[in-house]
Design a protein around this ligand. Structure first.
Ligand code: PLP
Length: 369
């Protein structure tokens, strides 16, 4: 039985056996090479590119810095950027931090990803758009083909926030492979992690430019451009080296538990609870277990009932970023409505099946009450 003194959170980080990580640390201690594109960073970049089957992976200290750096890489900094209001706040804050202004396109009510028709309307209404920053929310895929056409038609770059997308495959291609560039987050709570970390996936040709932006803009004594420090350290990269071989097993466990939740919660059935509709031909990574309730009241009832048992799902994603106090208010009725009735349930690969059943029971009771 679970000890109810211990809170249950939305996720729990996966870890490799400690001795495997200690072996890497021993090696790092012996080399005394702790950061600045050492052996582990370079090896992980190569292994990730092979695992994801993409041209190149550039590691960063975290996903937020990867976003900021990519905005500069594609010349999208300091400009109006079309983005989604239904995501983690980092997508918007990176735009603002880089001197830009978010313009929100509402989401599709089925996929919860950005609505390409609204993106195109904004491109018609505004002359000075610097690019599009959509999010593959929960690892589901945006309408990448429509967005690609729009990008070509209006001559603006697309940068995907693929922070949730590790392991999602669309038409045989990693979601990281779409757009002019994509970024990943390897934060401890993400599906694949390096404790803190992130990456940019882009053409190999960007390598030199990324290397400059990521490490102070100079090459030895030659100073070329304004840079920053977005490098990943060797102990962080080593965690990735230990985690990567575990991904197939982690994905299989996620798929199994996700299917169990689906059955117990009667998803898309009489319970009235549904999940975001996955893109056609997507092999989903099961990065989260998001559920959409019929209304705000049922979502709140479930939240309260779970809280009483010391179980704490997250309101991913709330609030709709279009309502943030520091952005210009823009109506996005679908995003605002979804933000009022969506929850991400506790879900991680080594989650106890008994706990999952208990959570499903509490939810069923709360919505039938
Ligand atoms: C986690 C996350 C980020 C930020 O990544 P960090 O590695 O935590 O900096 C950005 N965008 C989205 C959608 C995220 O979920």
């Amino acid at each position: 039985m679970r000890n109810k003194e211990n809170p249950v959170f939305v996720t729990q980080s996966s870890l490799p056996p400690l001795n495997e990580y200690v072996e890497c640390l021993t090696d790092i201690f012996q080399s005394k090479w702790l950061t600045n594109q050492g052996n582990y960073a370079r090896l992980l970049e190569k292994e990730l590119a092979a695992f994801l089957n993409v041209p190149a992976v550039f590691l960063c200290a975290n996903g937020t810095l990867a976003l900021q750096l990519s905005l500069r890489l594609l010349g999208m900094n300091g400009k109006k950027i079309i983005t989604t209001p239904f995501t983690y706040v980092a997508t918007t804050s990176a735009i603002i931090w880089e001197g830009g202004e978010p313009l929100y396109a509402d989401i599709d009510p089925e996929s919860l990803c950005i609505d390409p028709a609204h993106v195109e309307r904004l491109l018609q209404e505004h002359q000075d758009i610097g690019g599009i920053l959509p999010v593959h929310v929960y690892g589901n895929a945006c309408d990448v083909y429509a967005l690609h056409d729009i990008s070509l038609k209006y001559g603006v770059p697309v940068l995907y926030d693929a922070a949730h997308s590790f392991g999602s495959v669309l038409d045989g291609k990693s979601l990281f492979a779409f757009g002019d560039a994509a970024i990943g987050s390897f934060h401890a709570t993400k599906l694949f992690h390096t404790v803190e970390g992130g990456c940019i996936v882009a053409k190999q040709e960007y390598m030199e430019k990324v290397a400059l932006l990521r490490a102070f803009g100079h090459c030895d004594d030659e100073h070329i451009c304004v840079g920053m420090n977005a490098k990943i350290s060797e102990p962080h990269a080593a965690m990735g080296i230990c985690m990567l071989p575990r991904m197939p097993e982690i994905m299989a466990k996620r798929t199994r538990l996700s299917t169990l939740y689906d059955e117990l919660l009667d998803i898309n059935g009489k319970s009235g609870i549904r999940r975001p509709a996955l893109a056609k031909d997507l092999k989903w990574n099961h990065a989260y277990y998001p559920v959409i309730f019929p209304d705000h009241e049922s979502m709140t009832a479930v939240l309260q009932a779970l809280k009483k048992e010391n179980i704490h799902p997250r309101r991913y994603f709330y609030p709709s970023l279009s309502t943030l106090p520091y952005v210009k208010r823009q109506p996005c009725p679908i995003s605002e409505d979804m933000a009022e009735r969506v929850l991400c349930l506790p879900f991680w690969p080594d989650m106890d099946e008994e706990l999952l059943r208990e959570i499903a029971d509490i939810i069923r009771m709360a919505i039938s009450a």
